[in-house]
Structure formats: C-alpha cells, structure tokens
Design a protein around this ligand. Structure first.
Ligand SMILES: Cc1ncc(COP(=O)(O)O)c(C=O)c1O
Length: 421
C-alpha cells in the first residue's frame, strides 16, 4: 500500500542545503528599519529582495491609515464579500482604483494570487482557448487549471509563435490571451502592442497581470498599458497590493459587466474571506500617495538604471529587464547559492531563484529596488557585488572595456522592448 506521506520523509533537498549552510529560504525578518534595511539572524542588512517598490510599507501615513481602519472596523471582515464581508472601505478602494486605472469598474480580492485565480478561472467556458506566455506567474497558470478553457502556451514574448497558435485555432471558439505585464523573475515587459494587434486580428480578449507594473511603469505608475500608451485598448488588468501598494490583496479592473460577472462567479472570491480592513486602508492610502507623488516612480527608475548599469559595467548579465526587478543571471544552482550566501554574509538580502521557479540553466539572483533606497545603500551593494563576483569567478578580474547600457522609461518616454532569453 502506498502512503502519500512517504515522499515527505524521503525528500531531503532542503536538509542537504542546510547541512551545507546554503539554505536560503524562509529567512525570518526580525525587524524592519524603514523597509530598506531589515534585521535577520540578529544582523542588520540592506534589503534588495523585496517587492515594496515605492517603499510605502514604512510610510507613517500608510501605517496610520491601517491603524485607523482597525479602530473603525476591527481586525477582519469575518466573511466573504458576497455575504457579510463587504465594507464601505472596499467600495471606496474599488472606486478609486477604477478611476486611477481608467477602467469602468474594479473589484478588490483578498490576495494577488486569488485575484488571478478569479479572473482566469471565471472567464473561459468549455472549449475556449487561453493563450498563455510560458513565463507567466504561477497564479495565472493555476487560474487556467481551474478554468474550463484549453491551455496553449506560447514561447516567452514570441509574437510569431502566438500568431501561429491563434491562426491554427477554431475561429468560432472564445479566445483569451494572458500575460504578465512585467515578468516577475526577469523584469522584462510583455510585448503589449504585439499582443493587442494579434488579439484584434483573431478576435481574442486580453488580460494583463500588472502585479509588478502598477506603481512602476508609466509616467503615473498606472502600469504596462500606460507605458505603451494603450490604456484604451486593454480589456482587463489585474494587480496586487503586496508590491507597490504596501499591503496585501489584489484588483481586477475592466468593463463593468465583466467585473460584475467575475464577482458572482469566481470561487476564489465568493468562497474566501474579504480583504481585512487594515489591508484595504493601507492600499487605499498608498494609492493616494502614488497619485500625489509620482516623482517616486521617477526615482525608482533612476535607481533601477543606476543598478542595471552598475552591474553590467562589472560584467554581470541582467537579462532582458527594463525595470527595478534586476536579475543577475548565473545559470548554475550552486554558483547562484554561493553568490547569495556571500552577499548575505556581507549584510545584503537577495533572492536566489532556481528550478522550478525558472528552468534549469536559467538560475539567477533576483534583486529588486525601492524608491526609498539611498545612494549610499546602493553604492554599498554595488561594491559588494563587484568584490564578491570577482572572488567567486562570476565576473572578470578587470572591468570589460565596454558594455551595453540599459536605458529605462521616463515620464512621457518609452523604450524599446528587450527580451529575456
Ligand atoms: C506576477 C505576479 N502575479 C501575482 C502575484 C500574486 O500576488 P500576491 O503575492 O499578492 O498574492 C505575484 C506575487 O508573487 C506575482 O509576482
């Protein structure tokens, strides 16, 4: 007889990594100092592994809003939005998000993951086809698994492959194209102009997950469609509050009838408790700050450009990223852990990304930045990357004579797409 627990006892990967003192996961943060520095294992570290792009989780206005929401509503909504869990605060947040994102309607969900489960699982009917980028986030992949649609994966950002699949499909069936706006591990941007052109040609609808694009891309931080000047053409956008919005939760925004349908059909919405009051209030305040202080987005891009080009000048490969998610491509699991560990010992917190999060041979160290990082912190990070990279043989002993600089989008401007391999 087989026991489903047997594999748990036999699985030793994490134990082996711990024995080698190379286990990087579940590191407990003991305290946060303005979000850009944290304490781990009793040591103060510079945090370049967070998605807190605008640094707003440490903002006193955001903290106060969360505190006031607890005073008014208590700590939780104690039930589903459908029944007892909808608060006036959720409705206020939805109205502000719809206006900010320039959509007819928006709905708030309890996590970003559940947001994508909701949007992608509710829309396709049996026989409909969902065309998905190979590098899409797990929540989009799982949403599709829960849907009745048929999955067709296209090569990452490969419009020729997407067109081949669309052209080969039955014109009579419903079609949905789904992609991350900014890809979470590589920091590159989806080819939205290409996707929308194909969607028009083949009668498909488009959903873009802007988890890493809201507060990051576009002059006002409205995301991928703003970045490309295509806000009127995108059907549905999803996002999360756990990154730029300094909270937890997510949003789906688009046509009012579609939002109304998802609200009443999506199981991850109707069978799960509503977003807690402090989370809704924190996201709402973060959104207000983003609208009032768009210079935070510019500062974030300045920082990203400094770090991209600082690392590239040393000989590191930052892939196809054009955002503050800067992968340092390593291509080998043990070398990736070695660099992570060396930086950790120097007081720099990064994220090693290895299979299954990326395919074998694409191992990388994911770094990500906040608008509130200081130049002194960033210079310390760059100095450590250079010294440790040389010591570990990851970059040449002397700087390469030339490198291809990365130029990032600024308000009003656009940059050409760069593509991750
Ligand atoms: C692209 C993308 N979509 C969705 C999510 C899920 O968001 P959350 O962590 O807020 O549930 C994430 C989070 O890692 C993400 O990177």
């Amino acid at each position: 007889m087989s026991d489903v627990f047997t594999k748990c006892v036999e699985w030793k990967d994490a134990d082996l990594a711990k024995e080698m003192d190379l286990y990087p996961f579940y590191q407990a943060i003991e305290a946060s100092y303005g979000a850009t520095e944290v304490s781990v294992q009793g040591r103060r570290m510079i945090m370049i592994g967070s998605n807190n792009y605008l640094g707003l989780s440490a903002d006193p206005r955001v903290k106060e809003a969360a505190f006031n929401a607890i005073q008014r509503y208590g700590t939780t909504a104690s039930g589903s939005r459908l029944l007892n869990g909808t608060l006036a605060l959720h409705e206020e947040l939805e109205a502000k998000l719809a206006r900010f994102l320039r959509r007819e309607a928006a709905m708030v969900v309890s996590t970003g993951f559940q947001t994508n489960l909701a949007a992608i699982s509710a829309l396709p009917d049996r026989g409909d086809i969902v065309f998905a980028d190979r590098f899409n986030h797990a929540s989009l992949v799982d949403g599709l698994r829960l849907s009745q649609g048929i999955e067709q994966r296209y090569w990452h950002n490969d419009m020729a492959h997407l067109e081949e699949l669309l052209a080969g499909s039955d014109p009579a069936v419903g079609k949905l194209i789904v992609a991350d706006g900014v890809f979470s591990m590589d920091g590159d941007v989806c080819d939205l102009p290409g996707i929308l052109a194909l969607a028009r040609k083949y009668g498909a609808r488009v959903v873009i997950d802007d988890a890493h694009a809201m507060g990051v891309l576009g002059a006002k931080g409205r995301g991928t469609a703003e970045y490309f000047g295509l806000e009127d053409e995108l059907d549905l956008v999803t996002g999360t509050f756990s990154k730029s919005f300094a909270s937890l939760g997510g949003v789906i925004a688009g046509p009012a009838r579609v939002i109304n349908y998802i609200r009443h059909k999506a199981r991850s919405v109707i069978f799960s408790a509503a977003l807690p009051p402090p989370c809704a209030a924190a996201a709402l305040k973060a959104l207000e700050i983003l609208e009032e202080e768009p210079e935070r987005v510019t500062r974030l891009m300045d920082i990203a450009e400094k770090m991209h080009n600082g690392l590239r000048a040393m000989g590191y490969d930052t892939g196809g990223s054009v955002t503050p998610i800067i992968p340092v491509m390593i291509g080998d699991r043990m070398r990736c852990f070695a660099l992570w560990k060396a930086l950790f010992q120097e007081g720099i917190f990064t994220n090693p990304v290895t299979p299954p999060a990326v395919s074998a041979g694409r191992e990388l160290l994911r770094t990500s930045y906040m608008a509130t990082h200081t130049d002194a912190q960033l210079d310390r990070v760059l100095e450590a990357f250079e010294r440790l990279g040389r010591r570990l043989g990851l970059i040449p002993r002397t700087r390469p004579s030339s490198y291809v600089p990365v130029q990032l989008a600024r308000p009003g401007g656009q940059v050409p797409l760069r593509k991750s391999a």
